[in-house]
Design a protein around this ligand. Sequence first.
Ligand code: HEC
Length: 124
Amino acid sequence: MALLAGAALALPALSARGDQTAPGVTMPASLSPMARLGQMSYTRNCAACHGPQGGGTRQGPPLIHRIYEPSHHADIAFVMAIQRGTRQHHWPFGDMPPQPQVSQDEIDAIIRFVREVQRANGIE
Ligand code: HEC
């Protein structure tokens, strides 16, 4: 219990997140055609860890989060994470494995999707 309370204090953004629903994420009223394609690929390749709407899960952090705003994690950070994976550094979820099955076109579309959802949540 003390451990849990400590984790909640250290990561307030995660405290309400016990499952794959993301009550904190507002979806845009509409997505651009490219973002819609990105959403499909995101759902297949990323949602298991980052949540169906990017709100995070027990396996991975939310991408709809200030940490991942464009000025802090530019698009190239997404490209690198997908192609090479990333070591655990911001969160306590472990490493992200590379996702070599995701094509360059899909990467571009996924980034568009994430950016549009970020914008709908005031992250830009
Ligand atoms: C098996 C779980 C898993 C999958 C699948 C996964 N990720 Fe991740 N991802 C993580 C974890 C865990 C981190 C956090 C690493 C840290 O900062 O501690 C992360 C971090 C990231 C980051 C931040 C990288 C950085 O530079 O800090 C981005 C961007 C990202 N993921 C995008 C994606 C996208 C897009 C997909 C789908 C193509 C995806 N991830 C699939 C687990 C996953």
